[in-house]
Design a protein around this ligand. Structure first.
Ligand SMILES: [Zn+2]
Length: 420
């Protein structure tokens, strides 16, 4: 593949927020870079950007692609009255009903949504207890077709018994043999000590980390104290999970000071999902003690990192009150997580071309405030992933979107029928 040239851009460095006008050469491939060039060679593939802002695309720090067909689904048999009931009556009913076609449709729908919102990388946490076999491979294939990079895991849990767990372990093993990924665990309250040990053994053996929900609701802590005589973070730290630099602890809403100190002194990372936390009424992340370990996810609600960052910014004002700059760094920290751990597919050749024409000047100093108060997915006009154009004019360029979304609606109807 030859490089792609972006002519007449205002390139905004995602890390320093420095802005430089000119032309960019975008190298292809999962580890490709970019370079400012004085001229575009004749005959090269080039896109005229007319002075538009170009910056790095986004990465979703924690997603649940399997929930992509949930939008508008039939209500649960009764109204859930606790977080555990939300899982039992909504999400565990849904994930148990998934089959391979529905998983494929979910991945296509979630991938299209994320790509159109300017995300080129998805860290996903997948569960389909009655269709675990091949599930991660199917998701990977769908995201590959759309042109997105990914870091997948299968949610291991004791909640559905040994047969389902064995299928999840098989899928984890076979996926990690071929592709980059993590070892998924549901949450402390559905993971026995023997499963936690097994997950750690796989993570160490394959050189990866855990991806697990932690203290999303107070009930996770209560269960951990009652069953193991310790708190969730203590349990995962004692198992060795926090020493692994690829480990992601999702949520971490209900922590005490000693757990905060354990995270602060560890190699693990925390993902924040403010919209989902509001939706489930479980509380708000207070990143006090470990602000430089937090990045942002969407928890299956959508693939729009800008919306998730704004929600995190607003929700946290009554807690650790991060500034626009701190929240912007939180939005971008996932790139450090991916780079420091040498994961593929989040290089500098992942870009968004923004059709953003604000009423106030954009400067390196005020860019984070533009991101919190102005920029949104409607400004994403082109998305470049691994040096290829994957979204053009707001539509996915590598797949037939119309056909893909028609397939998703067909599978959603099948899924909903099973949920009635
Ligand atoms: Zn989650």
């Amino acid at each position: 593949m030859s490089p792609l040239y972006l002519k007449n851009v205002r390139h905004l460095d995602w890390n320093t927020c420095a802005i430089r006008a000119g032309h960019l050469r975008v190298d292809p491939g999962p580890r490709g870079g970019i370079e400012h060039v004085d001229a575009v060679p004749g005959g090269a593939e080039a896109i005229e950007c007319g002075g538009k802002l170009v910056t790095k695309s986004f990465a979703v720090g924690h997603h649940h692609i399997y929930s992509a067909l949930a939008r508008g689904m039939p209500p649960p048999p009764r109204v859930p009255t606790s977080f555990v009931e939300i899982l039992e009556l909504v999400w565990w009913r849904l994930d148990k009903a998934l089959d391979t076609d529905m998983i494929r449709a979910s991945a296509i729908a979630a991938g299209i949504d994320a790509a159109r919102a300017g995300s080129t990388f998805i860290i996903d946490h997948h569960a389909s207890p009655n269709a675990a076999a091949n599930s991660l491979h199917v998701i990977a294939e769908a995201l590959d077709e759309i042109g997105l990079s990914h870091l997948l895991c299968y949610e291991l849990s004791d909640r559905d018994g040994p047969t389902s767990l064995a299928a999840g372990l098989d899928e984890t093993h076979s996926f990690l043999e071929n592709r980059q990924g993590l070892v998924g665990l549901h949450a402390s309250f559905t993971v026995s000590d023997s499963l936690l040990d097994k997950a750690m053994e796989i993570a160490r053996g394959t050189g990866t980390g855990l991806h697990v929900h932690v203290a999303e609701a107070e009930s996770d802590q209560e269960h951990c104290m009652a069953t193991y005589g310790k708190r969730c973070i203590e349990r995962f730290a004692e198992a060795g999970a926090l020493a692994l630099p690829k480990t992601i602890l999702a949520h971490c809403i209900h922590l005490n000071d000693s757990e905060r100190a354990l995270i602060a002194g560890s190699n693990a990372w925390v993902s924040q999902q403010a919209e989902s936390n509001a939706n489930n009424a479980v509380g708000t992340l207070d990143a006090g003690g470990f602000p430089d370990r937090v990045f942002i996810g969407t928890d299956g609600m959508h693939g729009d990192c800008l919306a998730a960052a704004r929600a995190a910014y607003l929700a946290a004002q009554s807690h650790d009150a991060p500034s626009p700059v701190e929240t912007y760094e939180r939005l971008r920290r996932v790139h450090h997580y991916l780079a420091e751990n040498d994961f593929e597919g989040d290089g500098e050749n992942n870009l968004v071309v923004l059709d953003y024409d604000p009423p106030t000047p954009v400067t390196p100093d005020n860019w984070p405030a533009h991101v919190m108060y102005g920029l949104n997915r409607s400004h994403v006009s082109k998305v470049i992933s691994d040096g290829r154009v994957v979204v053009d004019g707001g539509r996915c360029a590598l797949i037939d979107e119309e056909k893909a979304l028609a397939f998703a609606r067909e599978q959603a109807a099948r899924l909903w029928k099973k949920l009635r």
